[in-house]
Design a protein around this ligand. Structure first.
Ligand code: LLP
Length: 420
């Protein structure tokens, strides 16, 4: 986490900006992102592929963090977008991403979403079923358009950091069964309104094992070879996303080995490649800044209660994810780390960050919840009447507010009381 450093005078700093100052100015909880880290991760991703002679089209999965400022930054670095709804499509477009540089994913795209994408000139629609393929063909034909489609293959491999984020098993709702895809692709090639461009897959999220990817890709390449040999051209392979990040200080995703594997298994083919990373690009670039509201000692445990909770960062409650937590201010010299339960204020037992060894933290102390740039703010809710937190982007030494904290009144702004 190159962006975080401890300064003797100022405490924990993100890109040399003291986090205590941000908390004093903008209150807590607040998401804080590093523009430098976002840029350097984008460049590093391209660099690792370039080292293998590969130039994949990067379609950032914007569900990980769809803030316009972050989208614009990644676009400037060369990213397109992987979008899954009319809302995401419009956001990516608002951030200046050309629809031609977008991939449309998702098992339940609505007709109006498909029409909007086709009319805007979407680069690629990843199709998840025979039923959806027929629907897209009919919608495109009715408008005298040709939709560029890729078939998302469910390769039936197990991968991913958690049952809830695995997507490539035969029992998951995603993708088209491997054994059906070749015939469906041939069928797509005969349908007016469609231009089949290739195949896609996405086997899950928070993956570290290159072998899972290789198993899935090898199966799909066999299909591609078979189709090409039989005269149905396949020109594009979308490798999906899912690259893991070490939430626990462990080893990161072996990107050089992944890129080398991709080069090795693609060798000898003339195939354009696409990748759809989300988490890897943005998770380490963000923290959630929170303040200790109270500490509470019970017979059973020592609780540290933060002013951030599961409505802000849902990952611990939903996936048992453990994010690093570090104090932002100086800690008492006498304060040896000791085990405590760090929890949020929401009225749910699952509103807990987990068990940590932390120095004694008095009420008012600040902490940073690490690696919160992906699936953090994007998954927030206002549960328990808690407004969406502020967001700050640090760029070239300057903190910029990129989202104001929601006001209390905004919580019910769109509600209507029917006449009595
Ligand atoms: N492509 C598709 C079709 C996806 O569904 C996803 C993520 C991605 C790419 C990007 O995956 P990534 O590179 O970020 O792993 N909320 C969960 C993660 C859910 C991922 C959903 N799909 C979490 O916080 O761990």
């Amino acid at each position: 986490r190159p962006a975080l450093a401890w300064h003797a005078m100022d405490g924990l700093c993100l890109d040399d900006v003291p986090l205590a100052g941000i908390a004093a100015r903008h209150a807590t909880p607040t998401w804080v992102y590093s523009a430098a880290t976002l840029r350097s991760r984008m460049a590093a991703l391209q660099g690792e592929f370039a080292a293998q002679g590969l130039t994949p089209a990067i379609r950032y999965a914007i569900k990980a963090n769809d803030h316009l400022a972050i989208l614009s930054l990644l676009r400037a670095g060369g990213a397109g977008a992987d979008v899954t709804s009319a809302g995401e499509f419009a956001r990516a477009a608002a951030a200046g991403i050309d629809p031609a540089a977008m991939v449309y994913s998702g098992v339940g795209k609505r007709a109006e979403e498909i029409i909007q994408a086709i009319e805007a000139g979407i680069g690629q629609i990843n199709v998840e079923s025979a039923e959806e393929l027929a629907m897209i063909a009919a919608l495109a034909r009715a408008r005298d358009r040709t939709a560029p489609v890729a078939l998302r293959i469910n390769p039936d491999v197990a991968a991913g950091g958690h049952d809830k984020i695995s997507t490539g098993r035969a029992t998951d709702k995603f993708g088209i069964a491997y054994q059906d895809t070749a015939a469906l692709y041939r069928h797509a090639a005969t349908l007016a309104g469609l231009r089949p461009v290739g195949f896609s897959t996405h086997i899950g999220s928070q993956i570290f094992e290159i072998a899972s990817y290789e198993a899935a890709y090898t199966r799909i390449l066999a299909l591609i070879d078979e189709l090409n040999a039989a005269g149905t051209p396949v020109t594009m392979f979308d490798l999906g996303g899912g690259f893991g990040i070490p939430y626990d200080d462990g080893i990161g995703f072996p990107l050089p080995a992944y890129a080398a594997m991709v080069r090795r298994i693609l060798a000898g083919r003339d195939l354009g490649i696409v990748i759809e990373p989300g988490r890897w690009l943005v998770a380490p670039a963000g923290i959630l800044l929170a303040r200790v509201t109270l500490t509470k000692a019970t017979e059973a445990d020592d609780f540290v209660i933060l002013d951030a909770g599961m409505n802000d960062l849902l990952r611990p409650a939903l996936y048992d994810a453990v994010h690093g937590i570090v104090p932002v201010g100086a800690v008492e010299a006498s304060g040896w780390p000791r085990a405590c339960e760090v929890v949020g204020p929401v009225c749910e037992s699952s509103d807990r960050f987990g068990r940590y060894d932390l120095p004694p933290l008095a009420p008012g102390a600040l902490v940073a919840v690490l690696d919160a740039g992906a699936y953090g703010a994007a998954m927030s809710s206002t549960y328990n009447g808690r407004p969406l937190a502020a967001q700050v982007l640090i760029d070239r030494g300057q903190p910029h507010v990129i989202r104001m904290r929601q006001s209390i009144e905004q919580l019910w702004r769109d509600e209507i009381i029917p006449p009595a």
